[in-house]
Design a protein around this ligand. Structure first.
Ligand SMILES: [Cu+2]
Length: 119
């Protein structure tokens, strides 16, 4: 999974973290289905490599775009699943804690990214 852990991603994750503790110290609520997530991400990696081969072979533009749309949808499905786990796990736990507001702020920040209001 080193491809997905670029320095860009790590920097931006840490920058927007408003909840207590660094994001490096905290764990996710998706651990119970880590294997499933890794499988889905591996499949996406394979899809992306396939697109690379299509580009190398100079396949038709619309076919490339169709494959890119499929990858985007697959990535969004993974994100939605992680989001659901975060809501049901981390957020539910934080709701009754002192940093509930900070967690909500952090959640709003990441949601803004998903609706492309900012990067
Ligand atoms: Cu979480």
């Amino acid at each position: 999974m080193t491809d997905t852990e670029t320095s860009d991603t790590k920097t931006s994750d840490t920058k927007t973290n408003k909840a207590t503790g660094s994001s490096d110290e905290r764990t996710g609520s998706y651990g119970y289905r880590k294997d499933e997530l890794r499988k889905r991400l591996s499949r996406i990696e394979g899809q992306v490599r396939g697109i690379g081969r299509m580009v190398e072979d100079e396949k038709y533009c619309v076919d490339i775009l169709t494959q890119i749309a499929a990858v985007r949808a697959a990535v969004d499905r993974v994100a939605l699943g992680v989001m659901e786990d975060h809501m049901k796990g981390c957020m539910a736990e934080a709701a009754s804690s002192d940093d509930a507001a900070a967690h909500l702020g952090e959640l709003m920040d990441v949601l803004e990214r998903f609706v492309a209001l900012r990067r």
